[in-house]
Design a protein around this ligand. Sequence first.
Ligand code: HEM
Length: 413
Amino acid sequence: MTDFATVNPANDVFHPEIYRRGIPYDTYARLRATTPVSWHAEPELPGVPAGPGFWAVMRHDDVQYVSKTPDLFSASLGCTQLRDPAPGDLGFLRSMLLNMDPPAHNPLRKTVSHLFTPRSITKLEPFIRQTTDRLVSQARERGDFDLVEDVTDLLALSTLAEILGVPKSDQRLFFDWANRIIGYQDEEYTEGTDSDPRSPSSLRDMYDYADSLRAYRLRRPGDDVISTLVHAQVGGQPISDAEFKNFFFLLAVAGNDTTRSALPGGILTLLEHPDQFALLRSRPELAAPAVEECLRYAPPVILFRRTATRPTTLRGVEIQAGEKVVVFYPAANRDPEEFAEPDTFRITRSPNRHVSFGQGPHICVAAALARMQLRAMFTAVVEQLPNLVQRGPAERLASNLVAGIKRVPVSAC
Ligand code: HEM
């Protein structure tokens, strides 16, 4: 095993602080070209002990192969986060949809995917459009505003409250939970915490909320995702307590933070490419391919992890059973073997087989909902903020999981 990154820090793709400066595309490109499957160390970070290290997978083909071969690359053995969970948490976390392998994954996935089919989410479209239009128009009146805090975060959080059927006044709770969990590598959100904020024992307040919501919706069903879920059957049985709590976690945190990152990431990318922003202004019908190109060029999720179930070989590299295999979506999205001129941002790009929503059995179940929010936001920006300009640097999250954007000062002009 070559300790490639440890001997050459220029090849570090692990340290969360790197990502505060943006995604390290140069490093990814170098690794993709020279060692597309490379070994990396996992040094100790504040509050998180060192890990055993991992294989980083950079090529488009290989990211697809690993994601689509769950019997060899398990989502369940060590779960899907780069950092190992505490051994005592493993059992509970394995009942999360994201952390299940087929065939156990199939019945829960089937139950949940019904909630997010394009047909099921059509009814959300008027809400998403109206909310987007209102937020963008309020921002325009203000003139100078923060793209994330004043506009995009509020759309992601309002949509989440709407699909969960919770009061708007509870939005703040979801904001804080997501910051605590996804922001666990960023000191802005970790001050004063001494335990791992992702551990179920640190999330008691969130799980208590999930319990109360479940009890309420069992008594008083509404027209929302939680009501459907608590009355649903999974393989002929009611959803288990652990499955429900873990799914609530996925919606509250994973679905929330990814969209919170995708929305400003997309708009920033358009602002950084004025010719493409102008093209979208002149041809608003390009909103759908523009969304795909923004997802390719500025993907919100950086990586997910699998664990090898038995010895295998990938690109000539020997991988042992139990080793971590980590797929890097932004690296795959710039692979020149898949994309012509991969570093060029072109909203008319076709085909566009980006992997930002993952691949295989775990491919994002709510991709249509995320796309709907992005399309609504691009359309509103083009119509109402055609002269939008960035007034200062974007503040990014220190995280090797989500390419989060915390603040971007902008002006409607
Ligand atoms: C642009 C926004 C989003 C991106 C980029 C994104 C990305 C992803 C990725 C990469 C995966 C696959 C993980 C893996 O293979 O291990 C995934 C799975 C998932 N996503 Fe998303 N996601 C987004 C929005 C959402 C939203 C809005 C929701 C829910 C409201 C959501 C819910 C889920 C769930 C439940 C899974 C697990 C599916 C399974 O394990 O079968 N995502 N997402």
